[in-house]
Design a binder for this molecule. Structure first.
Ligand code: KG4
Ligand code: ZN
Length: 327
């Protein structure tokens, strides 16, 4: 069964064709990132105007690359939240129009859950239940996943998302946007033990807080002319501490929920240091850690099509009243 996925929750415009929820036949992603760089973050107004201009071509391109035709599509699956309202509406409106004109069913998909699903694309078999951690620019959340339609929130960030703190620290160090890959690159030659940054504690042990560590970096860097070496040490020390917190809380969630599988998703999971640390610590604790392929960590429509397939099989459907769900 061929599913068309559409994803426009942030600055990306993406469309994909996925067969039977597993096999990615095409996954076209364009981004307005370059237009946001000079502002140091995504400007919603710019993002959705670009998405309006590109969505039709992106869907065409995904169809062409997959080798299937419009009539072969059995479901149109679209991200309907959380994310930027204007951006989401572009994807939702396009998906509705296509669903109406092609007479194909429509299904709205939660963006955060679709990041978890990225782990199931291209063949990975992961048994339920498991603990999932989604670490992106907008979210840092731990879930207990009993099935694709039974996902229970265990904890989430009280302030900044982890990816957002990478972006802000990169800005403080004058590196540019998006900050995650730039921090990772700079940290490679830095001393991660040089500065003891720590994430703030939280009342509930499975919640996160990243705004304190970002402020600590600001104090370490403020009013100083930092040498390249000092910048490297700050980047490495920050990165290590942020990753430590993610690993510790995720392992604790596995212990509390008594599960043996830990599934990690979201843009920050492109980070190699994070992957290494999760693998090492999972092994020490007799757990198995899963990550999506690198190309499926960031926002993409393949994960939306994949999760759409699974939920459609369980009987879920949306209709033309499908709207944003920003929670
Ligand atoms: O999942 P995603 O594409 O978008 C959201 O749903 O938010 O994640 C984007 C986030 C950005 O904050 C970016 O800085 C971060 O993922 N990111 C990274 C890396 N690559 C992307 N963070 C740390 N290390 C990386 N290599
Ligand atoms: Zn995302």
């Amino acid at each position: 069964m061929y599913v068309l996925g559409i994803e426009t929750s942030c600055d990306e415009t993406s469309a994909a064709i996925v067969k039977d929820g597993r096999q990615v036949l095409s996954n076209t992603v364009t981004s307005s990132l370059d237009l946001h760089k000079k502002y140091g973050g995504v400007v919603p107004e710019i993002a959705f105007r670009m998405q309006l201009e590109t969505i039709a071509q992106v869907v065409d391109c995904a169809l062409k690359e997959s080798g299937i035709s419009k009539k072969d599509i059995k479901l149109i699956s679209v991200t309907n939240g959380p994310g930027l309202a204007g951006s989401l509406l572009v994807g939702i409106s396009f998906a509705k129009a296509l669903s109406f004109s092609l007479k194909k069913p429509l299904l709205g998909i939660n963006h955060v859950y679709s990041h978890i699903y990225a782990n199931f694309l291209n063949g990975e078999r992961i048994g339920f239940p498991f603990v999932a951690l989604v670490v992106s620019g907008g979210h840092t959340s731990l879930f207990y996943v009993k099935s694709f339609d039974s996902i229970i929130l265990l904890g989430s960030t009280l302030d900044d998302a982890c990816g957002e703190s990478f972006d802000k620290v990169a800005k403080i160090l004058g590196l540019g946007y998006p900050g995650g890959p730039l921090i990772e690159q700079l940290a490679k030659k830095g001393n991660a033990q040089k500065i003891k940054f720590r994430c703030s504690g939280t009342k509930k042990q499975l919640d996160f807080s990243f705004s304190g560590i970002k402020t600590a970096v600001l104090y370490a860097a403020r009013n100083k002319h930092l040498s390249e070496n000092e910048k490297r040490d700050i980047a490495a020390s920050f990165q290590e501490s942020a990753i430590d917190t993610l690993v510790k809380k995720a392992l604790l969630a596995c212990k509390i929920k008594k599960v043996k599988s830990l599934v990690v998703g979201g843009g920050v999971v492109a980070n190699n240091r994070l992957r290494k640390k999760f693998l090492e610590e999972a092994e020490k604790n007799n757990l198995k850690a899963y990550f999506p392929p690198k190309g499926l960590c960031m926002d993409n429509a393949a994960m939306v099509a994949g999760l759409g397939y699974q939920l459609f099989k369980k009987g879920y459907r949306s209709d033309l009243y499908l709207n944003l769900d920003l929670n």
